[in-house]
Design a protein around this ligand. Structure first.
Ligand SMILES: [Ca+2]
Ligand SMILES: [Ca+2]
Length: 324
């Protein structure tokens, strides 16, 4: 449904904020919040469509794969509505430089992350000046959020997200920690539910739909035993608009160690059998990063507004199956 409420009051708020403030940097911050207030208003009208689905994941009619005799139970430690304007450090780790600083030229910076107006916001920007870390040069700031709790086979993961409009990514995915495991399980598996970019700079064929699709992948790598297969299996499907033009619900059901079923806005879109068994605990990730196949555009790629440069997560929800 198209939003009917007028936007005039928000512009009035914006004007009032600008005229009341005397500090330039404050003006910029308040402008950003006023701009987001318009976004939040749109989001809430769409949200009402989802309210009828309360009590379980966001499925459209006849899409719920709930097995007989089971019910969906929310896993609170891996779920967050992002509604109280306070980042929940008990659930999420914000940046983790001991494990991953980011792919050059995007460096993960803690201050890019904020929670307000019902959203977790990851804001891409340029570093004030290039920074060399571990011998690599970084020019941009990205975000890296990881759940403290790991998911298991059988879980359902979903996020309502609006991508940023830049060449940097907006993502929702999971990965194991190889340090958790031993023997042949000392390996990496990665479940990418959505990876997209707002601005396509790269010229590779596969990159050309990255701003208008759900783009999923499963990876097996860093294996310790020759018998463990490696490689990637993915899928993608076009949205009705660009990833940054509205919120979408991106989701995956980790049905078994050999099957992941993906959902877009409440409808099943495809099913993937990964190269190797997906049977290791996976941590949730909300990340904005740079890709080697999508280079920095000549203008630096950060000329848009704060809203254009921000990925919005309305909520992240995780469910497990329990017996009725
Ligand atoms: Ca919070
Ligand atoms: Ca929210």
């Amino acid at each position: 449904m198209k939003k009917m409420s007028p936007q005039i009051p928000f512009f009035a708020i914006l004007l009032a904020l600008v005229s009341c403030s005397t500090n330039d940097s404050d003006i910029n911050v308040e402008k950003e919040d006023a701009i987001e207030a318009v976004v939040t208003e749109e989001q809430q009208s769409e949200e009402t469509q989802g309210d009828v689905r309360k009590g379980g994941p966001f499925f459209n009619a006849n899409q719920n794969p709930l097995p007989n005799g089971k019910k969906w139970v929310k896993v609170e430690a891996m779920s967050d509505e992002f509604n109280d304007s306070s980042f929940n450090a008990n659930k999420w780790k914000n940046t983790d430089p001991n494990r991953w600083i980011g792919r050059p030229p995007g460096l993960f910076i803690e201050s890019t992350v904020s929670e307000k107006n019902g959203n977790l916001r990851l804001t891409c920007k340029k570093l004030p000046s290039p920074r060399v870390v571990n011998g690599k040069t970084f020019t941009h700031e990205g975000s890296n959020i990881t759940s403290h709790t790991a998911g298991q086979v059988g879980y359902y993961f979903e996020a309502r997200m609006k991508a940023n409009k830049t060449f940097m990514s907006s993502t929702f995915w999971l990965i194991n920690n190889a340090n958790d495991t031993n023997g042949c399980d000392k390996r990496t598996i990665e479940l990418d539910i959505q990876e997209c970019v707002g601005q396509i700079v790269g010229t590779a064929n596969f990159a050309q739909n990255f701003n208008r699709t759900i783009h999923s992948n499963t990876h097996s790598r860093n294996t310790t035993c020759a018998t463990t297969p490696t490689g990637s299996v993915g899928g993608n499907k076009e949205l009705y608009n660009k990833v940054y033009e509205s919120y979408h619900v991106y989701a995956a059901w980790w049905k078994s160690k050999t099957e992941i079923v993906f959902y877009l806005d409440g409808n099943e879109v495809y099913s993937i059998t990964p190269k190797a068994d997906f049977d290791l605990p996976l941590y949730l990730k909300l990340v904005t990063e740079t890709y080697d196949w999508n280079p920095v555009p000549s203008d630096g790629g950060m000329t848009g507004t704060w809203g254009d440069r921000t990925t919005f997560y309305d909520w992240v929800r995780t469910y497990k199956l329990e017996n009725l």
